[in-house]
Design a protein around this ligand. Structure first.
Ligand SMILES: C[S@@+](CC[C@H](N)C(=O)[O-])C[C@H]1O[C@@H](n2cnc3c(N)ncnc32)[C@H](O)[C@@H]1O
Length: 275
């Protein structure tokens, strides 16, 4: 595994930042030269240097070389399907309570952006079963995951199929859906999740949110449902000009989280049904 600060090697991704904090993502190839409006830098000048090194362009401009963070990779990669934005993926990990050791069923794999985030969150003792119905998306996601992580992580199981079918017979701790019709999965999610298990979905429009919330409520198998969105506003900090940026990503999607409740009291228990 590559560690922070390791030397760059041929074939890996490298994020270059110029003195104006403009960033350029390249794949290191010793036969190539990076070109920008401040000169050129042969990739060979970067290969073999430790991460964080400063290299000089042909016009004397200093550029810093780092490995891209997962968020850099997700926002810059050539996507097939629309990705879950890092701001939303971070909140989802927190509010769906994706913890080390969790077994998560995710759909659809899409471009694999969320899969990578979930894989990190569950760690080596957890497992992400990521399901994608379209072979072309699944292939593309595998490539994007490999281009970031070097290989598909050991805790990621990429499957092709309909998530409603894949879920049958599994016992996940969490179900995370970035698909257009997550309400279709509510009955099977109610069957396969244990009490306290998490259901989460990501939807771009209000009618979709209404439909999934109705399905969760009608199933009488979930409680603690909540829907929210994340607004992230970045700032310009240049000398005395310290202010919010003029532009922002205004809308991505709404997150809905919920938890499986047990309708029947446990045998011999005096506990009341949760609903
Ligand atoms: C918006 S993309 C997911 C993006 C992904 N979360 C990411 O961050 O890269 C939605 C994907 O779900 C897939 N999909 C839709 N319904 C599905 C289902 N019932 N089972 C499996 N995959 C499904 C679509 O083919 C599409 O690739």
């Amino acid at each position: 595994m590559t560690r922070t600060g390791d030397e760059f090697v041929e074939g890996e991704a490298c994020l270059l930042s110029d003195p104006k904090d403009r960033e350029f993502l390249i794949t290191l190839d010793s036969s190539k030269t990076f070109q920008f409006d401040r000169g050129t830098i042969p990739h060979g000048d970067i290969i073999g240097c430790p991460e964080g090194s400063t290299v000089r362009s042909s016009r004397g401009v200093l550029v810093v070389a780092m490995r891209p963070r997962l968020a850099d990779h997700v926002l810059r990669m050539k996507r097939g399907a629309a990705v879950m934005y890092p701001k939303d993926a971070g909140a989802l990990v927190t509010w769906a309570d994706i913890a080390p050791g969790c077994v998560v069923v995710e759909a659809g794999t899409g471009s694999g952006a969320l899969t990578l985030t979930l894989s990190r969150a569950v760690g080596p003792d957890g497992m992400i079963i990521s399901v994608e119905r379209r072979e072309d998306h699944a292939k593309h996601a595998r490539r994007l995951i490999e281009s970031f992580a070097g290989a598909v992580p050991d805790n990621v199981d990429l499957r092709i199929g309909e998530v409603e079918e894949v879920l049958i017979g599994l016992k996940p701790d969490r179900i995370v859906l970035d698909i257009p019709e997550p309400w279709d999965c509510v009955p099977i999610a109610a069957d396969v999740l244990s009490g306290g298990g998490g259901f989460a979905c990501y939807l771009p429009t209000v009618p979709q949110v209404q439909q999934v919330r109705e399905a969760l409520s009608d199933s009488r198998s979930f409680s603690g449902s909540a829907t929210f969105e994340i607004l992230m506003r970045s700032w310009t900090v240049e000398g005395r000009s310290v202010r919010p940026d003029h532009r922002m990503v205004g809308h991505t999607g709404f997150l809905t989280v919920s938890r499986k409740s047990l309708r029947e009291p446990a045998v011999g228990s005096t506990a009341q049904p949760a609903l």
